[in-house]
Ligand binder design. Structure first.
Ligand code: NAD
Length: 343
């Protein structure tokens, strides 16, 4: 089978993870070209001899020998790069979210459909082995009809304020993963969202127009619930937990810890802290996500996280922002999708 040739756009935190996973662990694909305006060509070439490099994304996207691109640039640049890649007939993997505006997300989804290129979104948590197993148990009916899913998703610390300013806000940037996870586990659509948000970690976040702490209730089409709590700072590390409650039982996925030792003494029971951040906690999911993308391209397999998933998660994030500002629940069917930007 032909090896898939890939261009990587953006070599920041997430781009580096995908570069390593593909070029070191996947036989079916190779990243052969990289673009990033903030990296010096001489530095890149010294570190990655043999790979093409440019500071211009266009130089990578227009290469004849590229089958697909990975868009790992800041969110505000995703839409233009998706359009450019689709116009050049390149398949696309894009980090979440596709765009902050609902109308543009919808038009990108439609454009991808007509252009015939495959477009997969970076909802990597779908590929986490524990979450996959939980979903499989749910699908097998092991805990019966689902009633409530509870997600705890707390970062170990704030990203740079500049990142926050350009991120689209906590719901669009961070909780969007949890909104997608709630849909993925429940296997149904959300009809209503009620969200509250606070600035309690750092006032600089508020000055940048965002929140750092949030609580969201989702109501699904059959009136069942998801409850999601988010914080940008948990002092004990990256806190990622999931609980699924059904008529016939419960599934709980706990944190992945630095080690599995549990020490008992007269002061208490002690175990290690959770893994530090997404790069460690979700390392397997990033590998499996890229395997899935290559499988989509090589074998025409169904896209496991596609434009409809992106659209629904973006709509929920949009609704959460709206609900927080209005101080009341928002029915997603009442949102005017022609609105230009996240409020
Ligand atoms: N799925 C996940 O777990 C996950 C985790 C982190 C970030 N993300 C998403 O990935 C994207 C990037 O986040 P990050 O944390 O890696 O950011 P980052 O700031 O670390 O890296 C972004 C890189 O893109 C480069 N860049 C900017 N414009 C470019 C362009 N036009 N062409 C090529 N390169 C360009 C920047 O110079 C930078 O090196 C964001 O959309 C974010 O939401 C997803």
């Amino acid at each position: 089978m032909n090896q898939i040739k890939i261009g990587l756009l953006g070599m920041g935190r997430i781009g580096r993870i995908h570069l390593r996973n593909i070029n070191q662990h996947l036989d079916g694909a190779r990243i052969i070209a990289v673009a990033d305006p903030q990296i010096e060509a001489s530095r890149f070439n010294a570190e990655y001899p043999g790979l093409f490099f440019s500071q211009e994304a266009q130089d990578v996207i227009t290469r004849q020998d590229i089958d697909a691109v990975l868009i790992c640039t800041p969110t505000s640049s995703h839409a233009n790069l998706i359009e450019l890649a689709a116009r050049n007939g390149k398949h696309i993997f894009c980090e979440k979210p596709m765009d902050l505006s609902l109308s543009r997300t919808i038009s990108l989804a439609e454009m991808a459909k007509v252009s015939g290129v495959k477009l997969m979104l970076g909802f990597n948590r779908r590929f986490d082995p524990d979450f996959m197993l939980a979903r499989q148990s749910v699908r097998e009916g092991r805990i019966g009809d689902l009633q409530i899913v509870k997600i705890t998703s707390r970062d170990p610390g704030l990203p740079p304020i500049d990142y926050i300013r350009n991120s689209g806000g906590l719901f669009m940037d961070m909780a969007i993963h949890d909104f997608d996870m709630a849909r993925y586990i429940m296997g149904k659509e959300v009809k209503e969202v009620y969200a509250r948000g606070l600035v309690v970690v750092d006032q600089a976040v508020g000055e940048a127009g965002d929140i750092d702490t949030a609580l969201t209730t989702l109501i699904f089409e059959d009136d069942t619930y998801a409850v999601i709590d988010n914080s940008r700072k948990a002092v004990y590390g990256y806190d990622q937990r999931l609980e699924i409650f059904g008529k016939g039982g419960m599934i709980r996925v706990g944190n992945n810890l630095h080690n599995q030792n549990v020490l008992f003494d007269e002061t208490g029971i002690h175990h290690a802290l959770p893994l530090d951040f997404f790069m460690d906690r979700y390392s397997k999911s990033y590998q499996k996500e890229m395997e899935a993308f290559i499988d989509v391209l090589q074998n025409d397999s169904p896209i496991p996280s596609g434009v409809e998933d992106a659209l629904q998660a973006t709509l929920i994030a949009y609704g959460a922002n709206m609900s927080m500002r209005k101080g009341e629940p928002v029915r997603l069917s009442e949102i005017d999708i022609s609105l230009k930007k996240a409020v």
